[in-house]
Design a protein around this ligand. Structure first.
Ligand SMILES: NC(=O)C1=CN([C@@H]2O[C@H](COP(=O)(O)OP(=O)(O)OC[C@H]3O[C@@H](n4cnc5c(N)ncnc54)[C@H](OP(=O)(O)O)[C@@H]3O)[C@@H](O)[C@H]2O)[C@H](O)CC1
Ligand SMILES: [K+]
Length: 503
C-alpha cells in the first residue's frame, strides 16, 4: 500500500482517468459507495446524520453518499457551504444525480441557525468539506464551519482527510476537523503519519475506490505502508536441516556497570528472534550477572573483540557515553560487517559520521527523534514535522538504513525508498523497549535475504508485541521490556501459522 503526497494522488487520478479511462464520475461513485459501506459498519439505525459539503470533489463524494443514503429510511441532511452554482465538474454530475433522485440540499449560508441546530442534534457528522485540494489556511467561511463541526458532540467522520489538514503533512497551527474516524480514499496520505496532522485523523481506514495498481506505480511514489501480508510474505523460513551457524553469528556490544539491563534485553530479544549464535561483550564487572541470566550466549571481553567470522553486530544499548566507548563504535564501523547502531552507539556516532562513507556492509541506525536531532543538528520539532524528507536525505547522504522511531516508525533505505510501520503504541515509550528492538533488528539482519525486509519486519514485530499485550492483558502503562520479549513467541507463532496457511 503506497503513501502519497497530494501531487502524487492527483497524478494517480489523472492516469486513471486519462490513460486507463475510468472517468472521474465513476471514481467518485466508487468513493461514495466505499464511504457508504464503511459508514454502515459504524452508524446505528436511528442515528441522525449531517453531511457537510464543500466546493470540490471531496464534496462530490458527499453528494454520492447523500444519494446512496436516500434510499434508506434515515434522518440524513445534506448541507452545502458554497452556493450550488459554484459546484463544477465531477461534483456537479453527482449533485445533479442527487437532486434528480429526490435529494434536498440545505445551504449553510441561507439557514445558519438551522445548520447550528442540526449540528447540535446530530449523532454523526460526515466531513466532506475539504480533501487533498486544500492548501494554506482555511478561508473564514470554512474555518467557521470547521469550528462548528468540532464544537458538536457528534461522531465526526472525515472523507479522505480531516478538513483543514494539509495532505502533505506541512506543519500548521489553524483549526482543522478533529475526526473520530477518517475514511481515506485509495492511498494513505503523508499527513496521516506526521505531527501535528496525525492527531486529527482518529481511527483511519483506507478504502479502495477501484484505482488499478498500475496507476499508483505510474506516480513513482517511493513510500509504502507495511502490511501484515508484506511481513508474512518475507519472514525467513527455517529449513529443517539447518544448524545454528546457518542463522547468523552475531556480536552484541552493550551494557555498562550502571546499565546491565540494556544488554540483557537486547541479547534475549535477539535469541527469541531466532539468531543462531550470539556473543555478548559487556564490562567484566557485569559479565557474571549476564551469564547467570543468559546461559545461551558466549562472552568476549571488550579489549579483545574478534570480528572475524561474524555475520553481524549490534552496538549501543546501555553502552555509556564516556569517551572510552567511542573507540568501540569506531572499531565496529571499521569491521565493515552488517551493523545495527542504537542508543549510546548513536551518541558516539554523531562525532564520526564521516566513517559511514566507503563501507560495503549494511548499517542500520535506529534513533528516536531526540537522537536524530543530535545526528542532524536539527531540532526535535523540525524532525517531527518533516520526518520523511529529513530521513530520506540522511539515509541517502550516508548510505544507511534509517529507523526513525515514533508513533509511526519510518524506515528509509539508502536509495530513498521509505516504509511506514503501522504497529506499536504508547506502551513502547519506556526504557528498555528500544533495546528489545535492537536485539530483534540484529537477529533479523542475520536471517533475512533483503536488508529492507529484515528492518521492516523487525520494526513491525516489535510494535506488534506492544499491540498484542495491550489488546489482551496489559495497559499502555504497565508493559515492561521483559513483557515484550516474552511476547515474541506468541506473536511469531501467529505470523508463521498465517504464513503456513497461505503457503
Ligand atoms: N482518486 C481519488 O482519491 C479521488 C478522490 N476524490 C475526492 O476528491 C478530493 C480532491 O478533490 P479536489 O477538488 O481536488 O479538492 P478538494 O475537494 O479537496 O478541495 C478543493 C476545493 O477546496 C477549496 N480550498 C482549497 N484551499 C482552501 C482553503 N485554504 N480555504 C477554503 N477553501 C479552500 C478550493 O476552493 P477554491 O475556491 O480555492 O477553488 C477548491 O474548490 C479528494 O480529497 C477526494 O475526497 C474523488 O472523489 C474521486 C477520486
Ligand atoms: K474532508
Amino acid at each position: 500500500m503506497h503513501v502519497v503526497t497530494r501531487e502524487e494522488m492527483q497524478a494517480i487520478d489523472l492516469y486513471t482517468i486519462q490513460t486507463i479511462g475510468l472517468g472521474g464520475p465513476i471514481l467518485m461513485e466508487n468513493a461514495g459507495q466505499a464511504i457508504y459501506d464503511a459508514l454502515a459498519k459504524t452508524v446505528k439505525a436511528g442515528d441522525q446524520i449531517v453531511i457537510v459539503i464543500g466546493k470540490g470533489n471531496n464534496g462530490g463524494d458527499g453528494f454520492v453518499l447523500s444519494r446512496l443514503l436516500l434510499a434508506e429510511d434515515r434522518s440524513v441532511e445534506t448541507w452545502l457551504l458554497p452556493d450550488m452554482e459554484a459546484i463544477r465538474g465531477d461534483a456537479r454530475v453527482h449533485l445533479h444525480a442527487f437532486l434528480e433522485s429526490g435529494g434536498t440540499i440545505h445551504q449553510i449560508n441561507s439557514e445558519p441557525e438551522h445548520f447550528a441546530t442540526r449540528l447540535h442534534e446530530a449523532d454523526v457528522v460526515v466531513d466532506a468539506l475539504l480533501g487533498t485540494g486544500f492548501h494554506g489556511v482555511p478561508r473564514a467561511d470554512y474555518a467557521q464551519v470547521i469550528q462548528q463541526i468540532n464544537a458538536s458532540s457528534a461522531k465526526i467522520i472525515a472523507v479522505d482527510l480531516p478538513s483543514g489538514v494539509p495532505a502533505n503533512g506541512e506543519p500548521f497551527s489553524h483549526e482543522a476537523v478533529h475526526a473520530a474516524q477518517t475514511l481515506t480514499l485509495q492511498c494513505p496520505k503523508i499527513a496521516q503519519f506526521v505531527q501535528p496532522a496525525a492527531g486529527f485523523f482518529g481511527k483511519t481506514e483506507i478504502l479502495s475506490i477501484g484505482i488499478p495498481e498500475r496507476a499508483v506505480q505510474a506516480s513513482g511514489t517511493q513510500r509504502e505502508l507495511r502490511t501484515r501480508a508484506d511481513v508474512r510474505r518475507s519472514l525467513p523460513v527455517r529449513e529443517p536441516f539447518s544448524n545454528k551457524g546457518t542463522h547468523g553469528k552475531g556480536l552484541l556490544i552493550a551494557g555498562a556497570p550502571t546499565m546491565p539491563g540494556a544488554a540483557y534485553f537486547a541479547a534475549r530479544a535477539a535469541l527469541r528472534s531466532g539468531i543462531g549464535l550470539l556473543t555478548v561483550s559487556v564490562p567484566e564487572e557485569i559479565r557474571p550477572i549476564l551469564a547467570s541470566l543468559l546461559p545461551e550466549v558466549m562472552y568476549q571481553p571488550r579489549q579483545s573483540l574478534d570480528y572475524n567470522k561474524l555475520s553481524g553486530l549490534a552496538i549501543g544499548p546501555g553502552l555509556g557515553r564516556d569517551r572510552a566507548q567511542a573507540a568501540f563504535v569506531a572499531q565496529a564501523l571499521d569491521a565493515d560487517i552488517p551493523t545495527v547502531i542504537d542508543a549510546d552507539g548513536l551518541y558516539h556516532l554523531a562525532a564520526m559520521l564521516e566513517r559511514l562513507a566507503g563501507r560495503h556492509a549494511p548499517i542500520v541506525l535506529s534513533p528516536h527523534p531526540g537522537e536524530m536531532a543530535r545526528l542532524t543538528g536539527q531540532s526535535i520539532q523540525s524532525i517531527e514535522s518533516s520526518r520523511f524528507s529529513i530521513s530520506r536525505s540522511f539515509a541517502r547522504k550516508y548510505g544507511i538504513y534509517l529507523v526513525l522511531k515514533g508513533r509511526y516508525t519510518l524506515i528509509t533505505a539508502p536509495d530513498g525508498r521509505q516504509v511506514v510501520n503501522p504497529t506499536g503504541n504508547a506502551a513502547l515509550a519506556k526504557g528498555g523497549s528500544g533495546d528489545v528492538l535492537t536485539g530483534i533488528l540484529l537477529a533479523y539482519l542475520l536471517q533475512h535475504k533483503q536488508v529492507m525486509d529484515a528492518v521492516c519486519n523487525a520494526v513491525y514485530v516489535h510494535g506488534a508485541l506492544a499491540d498484542t499485550l495491550v489488546q489482551t492483558c496489559h495497559s499502555p502503562l504497565d508493559v515492561l521490556a521483559t513483557d515484550l520479549i516474552e511476547q515474541i513467541p506468541p506473536v511469531l507463532h501467529d505470523l508463521y501459522k498465517e504464513k503456513e496457511a497461505r503457503a
